[in-house]
Write a protein of this length. Structure first.
Length: 187
C-alpha cells in the first residue's frame, strides 16, 4: 500500500511539473491595434502564472519571451491601468526583476477580479478608484514577496522586500500600502 501511495504521489508531482511547463506563448503576437490586447488577454494570466511559478534560474529564453509578452501587453493595454508609486516600489532600484513581477501581480489581480476599465467605452469598472489602486498595489507587492521567497537562494538579499515580507506576516501589508497611496485619490 505504501509503495502504491508513493507511486501515486510521484505521478502527481510529474503531472504537476509537466503542467507547469506546458504553457505556450501565442506565435507572432503583436500589439499594433486596440483589438490586439483583448485578442491576447486569455494568455496573460497563464503567462503570469508560468513566469511566477517557474524557478528564476530555469528556461531563460522562455522566461524572457514571456516577460516581454506580458510587459508589452501591460504597457499598451487600453483597459488595464497600472498605477505605481515610488513610495511603494521601494525595491525598484535594488531589484531588476521586482517591477516586472509587481506589474504581473497587478495585472493578474485586475484581470481575475474584472477590475479594469470597460473595453468598449473606457469607463472605470472598479467601484472606487482608490480601491482599484490599493488592490492592484497589494497584489503586486504580494507577487514580489512570493516570488522573492520562492527564489530566495537565487537572489541577493533585498531589505526593501524583506520589510514587505515582515508586514505580510504581521497582517499589516494592506494598511501599509494604503498609507503610501496619496490622500487626494478619491475613495
Amino acid at each position: 500500500m505504501r509503495k502504491f501511495l508513493f507511486s501515486l504521489l510521484f505521478a502527481f508531482i510529474g503531472v504537476a511539473a509537466a503542467a507547469q511547463n506546458d504553457f505556450t506563448l501565442p506565435e507572432n503576437w503583436k500589439f499594433d491595434q486596440k483589438e490586439d490586447y483583448a485578442k491576447y488577454e486569455e494568455y496573460i494570466v497563464p503567462a503570469i502564472n508560468w513566469f511566477l511559478d517557474t524557478p528564476a534560474d530555469r528556461q531563460d529564453d522562455k522566461r524572457q519571451h514571456t516577460a516581454d509578452f506580458v510587459l508589452e501587453w501591460s504597457m499598451g493595454c487600453p483597459y488595464v491601468h497600472i498605477v505605481m508609486y515610488g513610495d511603494i516600489l521601494t525595491f525598484a532600484q535594488s531589484s531588476r526583476w521586482g517591477v516586472l513581477v509587481f506589474i504581473m501581480g497587478y495585472n493578474k489581480q485586475a484581470l481575475l477580479f474584472n477590475k479594469y476599465t470597460d473595453k468598449v467605452n473606457g469607463t472605470p469598472v472598479a467601484n472606487e478608484p482608490r480601491e482599484y489602486i490599493l488592490d492592484g498595489n497589494v497584489a503586486g507587492i504580494e507577487a514580489v514577496v512570493d516570488y522573492y521567497t520562492r527564489n530566495r537562494a537565487l537572489m541577493q538579499k533585498d531589505e526593501n522586500i524583506e520589510k514587505y515580507i515582515t508586514l505580510k506576516k504581521k497582517g499589516k501589508l494592506e494598511s501599509y500600502v494604503e498609507s503610501k497611496i496619496p490622500k487626494n485619490i478619491k475613495k
